[in-house]
Design a binder for this molecule. Structure first.
Ligand code: PAF
Length: 303
């Protein structure tokens, strides 16, 4: 495994002819990142992981300086996952001066998670575009937990004509159904119980989507590594699916167990609410705070 900044990357990239897979990260790597690397490995001949804490995506009141940078253990995890090149540029290499020209995420970046973090997704897309230009990957792998980021990168690839395939790895869940997140460690045992209303809401929505005949919980248990997209039964309306999830979340909110930030069934390519006659890929997006901890989750649906 090689490790380096821009010059080393350019030299390494010029020597490679095989299919290159990229896993962009900000470091502080965990098993979720390693799953992305393993998938990139399966999809390509060579795997590049970038480790770069990107200041452009942090707000003034956010933790850019304190963000963890455990580079030695990150490199060990990359090595273990079979990464070929770790691109770990210095801040001054990536941004010799504050960039005047940036990628603008637009309306899709200003809604949901973007509402409370103005400019966050512009920063994400700007650095991802730079990584694409520097690394020139054939395929890139992102987690579907940060679904808005995934949708925006996918949209940028299409809108700006990057010749790159994007693969989304499904949300990984604990046995109780809660989506794995580093934020879960802030939940007390009782908060965690309360947070389970979120996967329950998604299950209720999936049940309605399947026409009420669904067996087992799609949002619970282990994960196969393939995206589970529920097919919506003929005649089931978006509104009915969203209402089923809303009923579960609102009764939890009435009991004081959580605060709903948003719940919306949207077109995956625009993040606009699905109209009644919607056809195509949709996402049920959920965010709530439980005991002060901000949690997000989602359910992919195909109409
Ligand atoms: O998801 C992340 O870790 C970051 O937003 C990314 C994609 C590496 C861009 O800095």
């Amino acid at each position: 495994m090689e490790v380096g900044g821009i010059q080393a990357l350019r030299r390494w990239r010029a020597r490679q002819s095989g299919r290159v897979g990229l896993v962009p990260t900000m470091g502080a790597l965990h098993s979720g990142h390693q799953a992305l690397m393993t998938r990139a490995r399966a999809e390509s001949d060579l795997v590049v992981t970038s480790i770069f804490v990107n200041p452009l995506q942090f707000g003034a009141d956010e933790d850019f300086v304190q963000y963890p940078r455990p580079i030695a253990s990150d490199l060990a995890k990359c090595e273990e996952a079979g990464v070929d090149f770790v691109f770990a540029p210095a801040l001054g290499e990536m941004y010799p001066s504050a960039p005047e020209v940036r990628v603008v995420a637009g309306r899709m970046g200003a809604v949901f998670e973007g509402e409370a973090r103005p400019g966050h997704f512009d920063g994400v897309l700007t650095v991802v575009a730079k990584l694409f230009n520097l690394i020139k990957p054939d395929v890139t792998v992102f987690g579907l937990k940060d679904i808005q980021q995934f949708c925006l990168v996918k949209r940028m690839i299409a809108d700006l004509d990057f010749d790159i395939e994007i693969i989304g790895l499904p949300v990984v869940r604990d046995a109780d159904g809660l989506a794995m997140s580093s934020r879960n460690e802030y939940l007390s045992p009782s908060d965690r119980e309360r947070a389970l209303a979120i996967p329950r809401a998604l299950d209720a929505a999936a049940e309605v989507a399947a026409g009420g005949v669904r067996e087992g919980a799609a949002s619970g248990g282990a994960d196969s590594g393939e995206a589970v997209v529920e097919s919506v039964a003929d005649g089931v309306l978006p509104e009915a699916i969203e209402s089923a999830a809303r009923a579960v979340l609102e009764s939890a909110a009435e009991r004081g167990e959580l605060d709903i930030i948003y719940l919306s069934l949207v077109d995956a390519s625009t993040l606009r609410p699905c109209p009644a006659d919607f056809r195509g890929s949709a996402l049920l997006l959920v965010s709530a705070t439980v005991g002060g901890t901000h949690l997000i989750d989602n359910l992919p649906l195909e109409f």
